[in-house]
Design a protein around this ligand. Structure first.
Ligand code: NAP
Length: 323
């Protein structure tokens, strides 16, 4: 990786180079929207992509609720469009991941896997990662039939039996996607009522490949080289059973990727960064947008909106420093 960009410094010379005006951490809808707005304000933002270019949205097969795409748009395609639009106005993109930060003084210091950065303003758009069930067999069989992304792995389950765990929008959307490949999709949900929106519920109920096991949790995943079955427990009756399956897709919510900010930025009990209506965190000059700071909406459009707001506010902050 080249380290000769403005603001990117070798480990020993971090103090000597001019800091970036705006550094954006994260490359999902919030990160690229922030980069677009910051670039158009001539703040020359640099985006650190993190491990997942395009964020979680890029893992979604089709996004049907982002305005401007009446026929829907592929998640990775939308991520690519976001990136190209930000780059068109001068945003730079580094395939690098922030590993620690020092926000105790400005310019803020960000260490990454490949280098170090300093920035006058920071926009955190690190998103969230899928939760795990934390049951026996889950980690051992991840990639061997256990998955957190139907778009990525569904193809491997052609004409097979799969289980989807969860009752929210993600579970239903991914279950519907899996019906393209799998012979049957069984949704295992811990209650007898789905959390997902009504349109998705109706589509899933009308799909003949989808059936349900209600009031049930997965207590273990069984298999040697690959998934063979799940262990189930009915939470109302306590009855335990084994259900044969070739794959287990887990969609039970997300945890914000904010660990590196612990102790430096105010967060809620679940780890979401606390921001005000101007996307300001508890440290002046540090802004947060998207799922890292949003336990409520978590939509592509709301994340993008937060990112735009964060960049506008970062610009105002930097202007005020010059006065
Ligand atoms: P979510 O809405 O938090 O749903 C998580 C589901 O997993 C819930 O049904 C929950 O059960 C279940 N669950 C949680 N922990 C569990 C555990 N340990 N064991 C078993 N089940 C467990 O998460 P999501 O579906 O990922 O959605 C996240 C956000 O993104 C939501 O705001 C959603 O609206 C949005 N989203 C929107 C779309 C769309 O608009 N098309 C698509 C995907 C996601 P309970 O219901 O009992 O709590």
């Amino acid at each position: 990786m080249e380290l000769n960009l403005t603001g990117i410094t070798g480990p020993s010379s971090v103090q000597s180079d001019k800091p970036l005006k705006v550094l954006v951490i994260g490359s999902g809808p919030a990160g690229f929207a922030a980069a677009l707005y910051a670039a158009r304000a001539e703040l020359e933002p640099l985006v650190l992509t993190g491990m997942e270019l395009g964020g979680q949205a890029a893992l979604t097969n089709t996004i049907e609720n982002y305005p401007g795409f009446p026929e829907g748009v592929g998640g990775s395609e939308l991520g690519d469009l976001f990136q190209r639009q930000a780059e068109r106005f001068g945003a730079r993109v580094e395939f690098d991941t922030a590993t620690s930060v020092d926000l105790s003084q400005r310019p803020f210091y960000v260490k990454t896997e490949s280098g170090e950065y300093r920035a006058e303003a920071l926009i955190i758009a690190t998103g969230a990662s899928p939760n795990h069930l934390d049951v026996p067999g889950e980690s051992e069989l991840t990639g061997k039939g256990v998955s957190y992304c139907a778009t990525c792995d569904g193809w491997f389950f052609k004409d097979k039996k799969v289980v989807v765990v969860g009752g929210g929008d993600s579970a239903l959307e991914e279950a519907l996607y899996l019906t393209r490949h799998a012979a049957t999709v069984t949704i295992v949900h811990r209650r007898d009522e789905l959390r997902a929106g009504l349109i998705l519920q109706r589509r899933a109920k009308e799909n003949p490949k989808i059936d349900y096991i209600w009031d049930t949790v997965v207590t273990g995943i069984v298999g040697e080289e690959k998934v063979e079955a799940v262990r189930l427990k009915n939470v109302k009756t306590g009855e335990e059973s084994t259900f044969e399956t070739d794959g287990v897709f887990i969609f039970i919510g997300h945890t914000p990727n904010t660990q590196i900010f612990e102790g430096q930025l105010e967060m809620d009990d679940l780890g979401y960064l606390v921001v005000d209506s101007l996307m300001q965190t508890s440290v002046p000059g540090v802004y947060a947008a998207g799922e890292a700071a949003d336990p409520h909406f978590r939509q592509v459009i709301t994340s993008a909106g937060m990112g735009a707001g964060a960049a506008i506010q970062a610009g105002r902050f930097l202007e005020a420093q010059e006065d």
